[in-house]
Design a protein around this ligand. Structure first.
Ligand code: NAP
Length: 599
């Protein structure tokens, strides 16, 4: 084992432990921003891509590097912009009452630019080296030590950035630190002694920044899951292309250790690339969301996995067998596609979180290939974050990690379909005009949002209704289940977008204590997360899943379009409860009618 590999492995493990401790402290409220923040930080693969593009190893390296620069910079710009957009939405009641005390973005941008400029000047001055460039012209280069110093500082700022996500109060400041860290690493790398040309770097950066800025500023909050999947695919593509470029550059002379790292980089990168593209297409409904299965699926997937492992082992022994290398890449591309094919769209969030961790691993492998320790750190942080989020989702859905890891996704839907119950009693309905009467003398209402609120884009209607209730002197709280919606923290982001103060949002463990005293629980497009069968019916696929105890409220109104089941495909016992009234219709329309009736 070489010293570089040994140090790299230590760094990888330590960053993973550190990531675990920091990320477990991020509250569910900020799980969606956490995903986009780690995504932006993992765009640090940009620095490796910059060197490959600018070093002029070969025309192929320059082409692959330019595409990698475009992909990585899309993630950096888009990831930070959308994270900031989300974090700006999280406000407390007191923030909303007074004038905004937040600094304007323009001042902030100036501060970043000034800090980076001063930093670069200081480091260049300290390392002060003039390299003879092509044609004898002198060019300024940063010494290896100075660049390492830059990277260490950037890594510290990234860690502080993630630490900031432990509270919405510090989150923006934390992300600001991470943004400075990213800028420092990029600007420092532009002075890397191996970079001899900037032409293609400029092209890649221009394309990536434009695409990233457009995505970051324009994408609606309801499309965040598919954007996240898409950016994982871009990060993974960058890692794959840099891996291919490095393999071609070193040729048969590539050592066993480097070959192993390149092999991992391209295999994980390629499968994450196609897997994430599939996930994004299913979420965007470009592909059929239902699981696509066929006979012998698991066996054929396993055969591809074994073939890839065999090819990697062969390549480590005979690195010059380039045909095998490209077959391995092709198999990995096919594997990612086939892995996600049998998974239903509703299970995509777990897949996205897992692919997030794979993208982190590909990034870390790239760090090993380029002996770039900051990439090892960020890859490890990203990998840990994705893995932890997928485990948290599994726990909240009462699914085992094994079930997730070994790809039995969609199975629960099939089982649940069989378990779909027959009608268990009478269902009472209510019309909007009857609701004001029901609320006479009411003092407390708990709003329970779910996936249907996201589908109907009814978050603004919910917020408006809450204001009317508050004007009547009614205390309004929101009950947030950790897996309500289709990705971790989904409901928090949507409600924040509608200017609901985050101190009115209560996590499941807190709010369950309040349901007994609530005069009304208003369920807006939530279903599975309110099903009492999860507590009492051992035969239910939901049995054991912690739920919001809506059935303990004095009265319940459910806004949904029909009696159709939710994601788990099971009938909801709540709807047959004597206290429960169904207000059928699209949630947004129903809320508009309720709002008019209440006024
Ligand atoms: P849900 O159980 O999927 O139910 C959503 C309900 O919304 C449906 O019953 C549907 O009923 C209603 N709906 C859909 N469109 C509507 C519209 N336009 N207006 C009004 N209602 C509408 O949702 P949930 O209670 O939020 O539970 C989330 C589920 O997703 C859980 O089973 C969870 O395990 C799973 N999941 C979550 C995550 C995550 O990270 N959040 C990840 C993976 C899986 P109608 O069709 O009758 O309107």
């Amino acid at each position: 084992m070489t010293a570089d590999l040994e140090i790299g492995l230590y760094i990888f493990l330590l960053a993973g432990f550190l990531g675990y401790h920091i990320i477990t402290r991020v509250p569910p409220l900020l799980h969606t921003p956490l995903m986009s923040a780690t995504n932006a930080i993992s765009g640090i693969s940009l620095i490796g891509s910059l060197v490959v593009t600018g070093a002029g190893y070969s025309p192929l390296s320059t082409v692959l590097g330019t595409i990698a620069v475009a992909c990585s910079s899309t993630n950096v710009v888009g990831g930070f912009l959308i994270t900031d957009r989300m974090l700006r939405m999280f406000k407390r009641q007191e923030d909303m009452a007074g004038p905004s005390r937040r600094r304007p973005v323009s001042a902030r941008t100036l501060w970043i630019a000034a800090t980076v400029a001063v930093g670069v000047l200081l480091v260049v001055a300290a390392s002060g080296r003039l390299d003879p460039g092509p044609g004898g012209a002198a060019r300024l280069g940063v010494s290896h030590q100075a660049l390492s110093f830059f990277y260490i500082l950037s890594a510290v700022l990234f860690i502080l950035g993630l630490k900031g996500l432990s509270s919405p109060r510090w989150a923006r400041r934390g992300m600001f630190a991470a943004e400075i860290g990213m800028l420092m690493a990029i600007v420092g790398t532009l002075f890397h002694h191996e970079i001899v040309s900037y032409q293609w770097i400029a092209v890649g950066l221009a394309v990536g920044s434009t695409v990233g800025a457009t995505m970051g500023l324009r994408i609606p909050m309801t499309a965040v899951p598919q954007r996240t999947a898409l950016s994982h695919s871009l990060g993974a593509l960058a890692a794959t292309l840099v891996g291919i470029s490095e393999y071609v550059r070193h040729g048969a002379g590539i050592g066993a250790i480097l070959m192993t790292a390149v092999g991992f980089e391209v295999v994980i990168g390629a499968l994450t690339f196609t897997g994430s593209l599939m996930a994004a297409a299913k979420l965007q409904e470009l592909l059929r969301g239902a699981p696509i299965t066929y006979r012998g699926q698991n066996r054929s997937n396993m055969a591809i996995l074994v073939a890839m492992a065999a090819l990697l082992v062969t390549l480590v022994a005979v690195p010059g067998a380039s045909a095998l290398f490209f077959i391995m890449v092709a198999l990995a591309l096919a594997f990612g596609f086939l892995l996600v094919l049998p998974i239903g769209a509703a299970d995509m969030p777990v897949v996205i979180a897992l692919l997030n961790s794979y993208a982190g691993l590909a990034d870390a492998a790239m760090g090993f290939v380029l002996t770039n320790r900051i990439q090892i750190i960020t890859g490890s942080l990203d990998g840990t974050s994705g893995f932890l989020l997928s485990l948290l989702m599994c726990r909240a859905m009462n699914r085992s990690a094994r079930n997730v890891l070994f790809g039995a996704f969609g199975q629960i839907e099939a089982d649940a379909g069989r378990a779909e119950g027959t009608a268990k009693g009478t269902v009472r309905t209510i019309v909007p005009d009857e609701v004001p009467g029901l609320l006479d003398g009411a003092r407390s209402v708990i709003i329970v949002p779910g996936y249907g609120m996201a589908v109907a884009q009814a978050q603004h209607g919910v917020a408006e209704l809450a204001k009317v209730l508050a004007k009547r002197g009614i205390d309004v709280k929101y009950a947030i289940h950790p897996v309500a919606g289709r990705m971790p923290g989904h409901m928090n982001v949507l409600l924040a977008e509608a200017n609901v103060p985050y101190d009115q949002l209560y996590e499941m463990e807190q709010i369950n204590a309040y349901f007994g005293e609530a005069d009304l629980a208003l369920v807006v497009g939530a279903n599975d997360v309110t099903n009492p069968a999860a507590r009492s019916d051992r035969s239910s696929p939901l049995y054991g899943m912690p739920i919001l105890e809506v059935d303990r409220a004095k009265s319940i109104i459910v806004l949904k379009r029909s009696m159709r089941p939710g994601f788990a495909g099971v009938d909801n016992d709540l709807y047959y409860n004597d206290k429960c009234m169904m207000l059928f219709g699209d949630a947004r329309d129903s809320l508009t009618k309720l709002f008019t009736a209440m006024k």
